[in-house]
Design a protein around this ligand. Structure first.
Ligand code: URA
Length: 190
């Protein structure tokens, strides 16, 4: 991918992307949303039905939980952070993204992180966490601590859909992860 200076340029490149088969089934590319200078960035898995229709990440049930935890634990809303996904186009029937789809979309995600340069990235679930940490380990083992990442930190946590399924205990662990992320936001002096 050529070097580009702004998220707007990245977005316009992404809207035409046909690097993988997911392009054929999408309603629209779900590029990402939020503050281009955010200190905190969330990375989820991929758009679901609502996201594909609306063109914005995490607008369905999982997104409601994400918004709630963000407000309650971080005191912020989605305009004050940045939210993106491992893949920008909806996998059919909400199946898991395939390795070649994740690899095809990775340069888009890397470019976003390069431009936004967040202090803390919170990876939501197995797909984002494994990709960004370069591991096959599961989220249960990986969460609970922060990892050095790019020029800041990565804080892995559950995907909100897993928290919706898993109940109070999982939500409580997610809250603790959000508090961990908040504590690191000032670490690079932004
Ligand atoms: N799940 C995700 O991982 N990302 C979204 O944008 C929506 C649901």
């Amino acid at each position: 991918m050529p070097e580009v200076a702004t998220l707007a340029e990245l977005r316009s490149q992404a809207l035409d992307c046909t690097r993988c088969a997911l392009a054929a089934g999408r309603t629209q590319v779900v590029f990402g949303v939020g503050d281009p200078e955010a200190a905190l960035m969330f990375v989820g898995e991929g758009p679901g039905r609502e996201e594909d229709l609306q063109g914005e990440p995490f607008v369905g049930r999982s997104g409601k939980l994400l918004d709630t935890l963000m407000r309650q634990e971080l005191g912020m809303d989605r305009s004050q952070c940045y939210i993106a996904n491992v893949v920008m186009c909806r996998p059919p029937g909400n199946r898991d993204p395939l390795p070649d789809e994740i690899a095809a979309c990775r340069p888009h995600l890397e470019a976003k992180m390069e431009v936004i340069d967040p202090t803390v990235v919170v990876s939501l679930g197995n797909f984002a966490t494994r990709l960004l940490l370069g591991t096959t380990e599961g989220i249960r083992r990986l969460r609970g601590q922060a990892y050095p990442f790019r020029s800041g930190f990565l804080v892995p946590t559950y995907h909100p859909a897993a928290a919706l399924r898993g109940g109070a205990e999982v939500v409580a662990e997610m809250r603790a992860d959000f508090v961990r992320a908040k504590g690191l936001l000032g670490a690079r002096g932004r």
